[in-house]
Design a protein around this ligand. Structure first.
Ligand code: 3H9
Length: 696
């Protein structure tokens, strides 16, 4: 056939095997190879039936996503051509699945006459996660197999269904217990021997759902799918499966598929798909770099952050020793962890016995000696250099020789912390994001002397604890927070120039962010930054003769949600921000006292200034080598800062706007507002060369 597809006859069954590692995507050549194999099987009288399977670790993981971003030359056989070849086959074709049958892979299987799979195989239509919809007839076939009420949630969530559930849903007909090829060949022989009809899902109909099913479903995804295109297009496809004959439904699916495919959202999400995989590749730390075994961990500090970090380890089955300075703090921390799990149990997302088992993996202690033998220690004490140094001196003394010493600092210099130890090569930053048990992002901070083994081990550990690990270099705030400071500064300046907090937040929420900077400040607590600013002012011997607006708000006792008042006010027990006339008054008074002429600020300006501030700082970060790739910055923003995934992140957003335009606008801001807008040299260079960040 082709190198990509193999055909052989085993015991009167034609076995078609796709060999397109790593995931057997339906890249150019694969559909044609399968069509040729089906042709060979149908024309050979000795072949009674055919089995279609994947070589290596999986069946077919779908269309080749690279080919959506860079389409191959026209004319090659498509998924539809391949499906037609199944439908005109006079002999049964049986999909034999191990690993994953995803997207176009599941659509291929659903076009076969029968399907069998191994007990650990997985099934799904995850196209929605890359901004498109199942465009290989899947939206019309899946509802015919399991009913539209079950099919629609699967297609809109992109969830992977394990084999036993797939069997119950009718997605597969048979579970193969032992060897897949042998089991599938035996199943194919049985089908042939019983003369079973060639089942064609296209000829089946979809039972109409309850009258209000689609409306209710659409309402139910409103919050999750805000701003996204594909989920709503999938709903339209599902309606078509009920209302239209199969071929008409497929036509509708094709139109809607194209709407998604040509959208910026698909581009954003597909780029993010590859970015999230690229960020684990470190040029000077190759895949073969030896790693240390991490079988035990310890966390220093049982506060909100330390507790959340400990939960990550125990969720992954890694026992944790939790160290605190006093019993009261330790008890309090343990109680918060227990409550967190109890909430998950209440929501039905964890069983009581799983909760008990996880809590059983925590050993609380007040003694450094009890953590000495753990493979990694993550320090999550107060964010203060002297305190951290003190802790690291102790860790250096007590920890076993090959332990990794990690600091969860969010701003401090990892090299300075490492310098107080006799083993700076073992020191690394692990910057978790709050709440640490929920947020996916993990910035891994490489110090000047951190060893490659420690980097490789920590990156791997990041994946084990189900985080998205991104390697960054040492600088104030690392990547995420350093950029965020620029963004927040613009938001604050616009408040002084004429906008209100709710206007800034609304503009950014409408852009797609989970929340704007003022609502975010209230959620995180305004007092944290205020106390740091006050302490620094005292330490520097400076007097804060003129408090900033945010300091004045804190001085009024308004620390955010925890005091039911901050930039907004909150009804008791509620987290819904309500614009507060007192704050409006405060802002206006503040401006009057300083003779600041306020002006209306349009939504566009709000978004542009906040986004371009991120982009300009991101470019400086790239220039300095603090981030390895522009796409790493996007991964950081999508996973740690509530950036809309469908825009990937600020750097791809800038590429899509056009760096020329971004640069020109930043230059105009530079003239208008001064130094803070000094354009990054890299941005200037790329703009002048007509390039984008993704060209680097
Ligand atoms: C589709 O099917 C459209 C149709 O409905 C209609 C067509 C008309 N394409 O994730 P991993 C690469 S849309 C190209 O690290 P894992 C990936 O980039 C598709 N490449 O492994 C990586 O490369 P590298 C619907 C792909 O074991 C390598 O494979 N299907 C594709 O953790 C290993 O990936 C999907 O959306 C692809 N489709 O997870 C499934 N898939 O080594 C997307 C993977 O250079 N894929 N690669 O970094 C996945 O969800 C996961 O990759 C999978 C394996 C679960 C399969």
């Amino acid at each position: 056939m082709t190198d990509l597809v193999n055909f052989e006859i085993m015991d009167s069954i034609g076995v078609i095997t796709v060999n397109n590692p790593p995931v057997n995507a339906l890249s150019v050549g694969v559909p044609q190879g399968i069509i040729d194999s089906v042709q060979a099987g149908t024309s050979d009288p000795s072949v009674k039936a055919m089995v279609l399977m994947g070589g290596g670790r999986s069946f077919i993981a779908g269309a080749d996503i690279n080919e959506f971003l860079t389409p191959p030359p026209a004319g090659s056989a498509s998924l539809d051509d391949m499906i037609s070849s199944f439908e005109t086959s006079t002999k049964p074709i049986i999909a034999a699945i191990h690993g994953n049958a995803l997207g176009g892979g599941l659509e291929t299987a659903l076009a076969c006459h029968y399907r069998c799979g191994t007990a650990d195989s997985l099934y799904g239509l995850p196209e929605v996660l890359i901004g498109i919809l199942p465009g290989g007839q899947g939206t019309q076939r899946l509802p015919r197999v399991c009913g539209v009420e079950k099919a629609l949630p699967l297609m809109v969530s992109g969830e992977f269904v394990p084999a036993p559930k797939a069997l119950t849903l009718g997605i597969i007909d048979h579970v193969v217990e032992n060897n897949l090829v042998e089991g599938a060949v035996a199943f194919a022989k049985q089908i042939s021997a019983e003369n079973r009809p060639l089942r064609k899902i296209r000829e089946e109909s979809v039972a109409p759902p309850a009258a209000d099913f689609f409306d209710n479903f659409e309402k139910s995804i409103g919050k999750r799918a805000r701003g996204y295109l594909a989920p709503y297009k999938i709903i339209e496809c599902a309606k078509a499966s009920v209302e239209l004959p199969f071929d008409k439904g497929v036509e509708r699916e094709k139109e809607l598929f194209q709407d998604c495919l040509k959208s910026d959202q698909a581009k954003g999400l597909m780029n993010l798909f590859f970015a999230e995989r690229a960020c684990t590749k470190i040029p000077d730390v190759p895949r073969e770099t030896p790693t240390k075994k991490i079988e035990t961990a310890s966390v220093l500090g049982a506060g909100t952050m330390g507790g959340g970090i400990a939960m990550n380890f125990i969720n992954a089955g890694i026992p944790v020793t939790l160290l605190e300075a006093n019993q009261e703090a330790l008890d309090k921390g343990l109680e918060i962890i227990r409550k967190n799990y109890a909430n998950t149990v209440k929501k039905g997302r964890l069983t009581q016995s799983d909760m008990d088992q996880r809590l059983g993996l925590i050993t609380p202690t007040l003694s450094y000696e009890d953590i000495a033998d753990t493979d990694i220690v993550v320090e999550a004490v107060f964010e203060e250099m002297e305190i951290k140094k003190e802790v690291f001196r102790k860790l250096d003394k007590v920890m076993k020789d090959d332990a990794i010493l990690a600091t969860n600092t969010s701003t401090l210099d990892v090299d300075e912390i490492a310098s107080v130890t006799g083993r700076p090569e073992a020191v690394i930053g692990t910057h978790f994001f709050s709440p640490a048990n929920v947020m996916k992002l993990l910035e891994i901070v490489r110090g000047a002397k951190t060893s490659k083994e420690v980097i490789a081990t920590t990156m791997k550990l990041g994946k084990t604890i189900k985080k998205v690990p991104v390697l960054v270099g040492v600088c104030d705030g690392f990547v995420g927070n350093r950029m965020l400071a620029r963004y927040s500064k613009q938001a604050n300046l616009m408040i002084l120039e004429g906008a209100l907090p709710q206007e800034v937040d609304q503009a950014l929420f409408d852009f797609g962010l989970a929340m704007g900077p003022f609502a975010m400040g209230d959620l995180a607590g305004l007092d944290v930054g205020w106390r740091i600013r006050k302490r620094r002012a005292e330490e520097n011997g400076a007097f804060q003769d003129e408090a900033g607006l945010d300091d004045q708000i804190c001085e009024m006792g308004r620390f955010g949600q925890k005091t039911s008042a901050g930039w907004y006010r909150y009804d008791p027990g509620s987290r819904v921000p309500i614009p507060d006339p007192k704050i409006e008054e405060l802002i206006k008074k503040y401006c009057e006292e300083r003779q600041i002429q306020r002006r209306p600020i349009e939504k566009e300006e709000i978004v542009e200034r906040c986004m371009y501030a991120l982009v300009n700082e991101g470019a400086k970060i790239l220039e300095e080598g603090i981030a390895l790739r522009a796409s790493d910055i996007d991964v950081i923003y999508a996973n740690g800062y509530g950036f809309p995934r469908y825009r990937a992140g600020p750097m791809l957003y800038a590429d899509m706007v056009g760096l020329d335009k971004v640069y020109k606008t930043i230059c105009s801001y530079h003239e208008r507002f001064g130094e803070v807008w000094e354009p990054a040299r890299l941005l200037k260079k790329l703009a002048e060369e007509g390039k984008s960040f993704s060209d680097i």
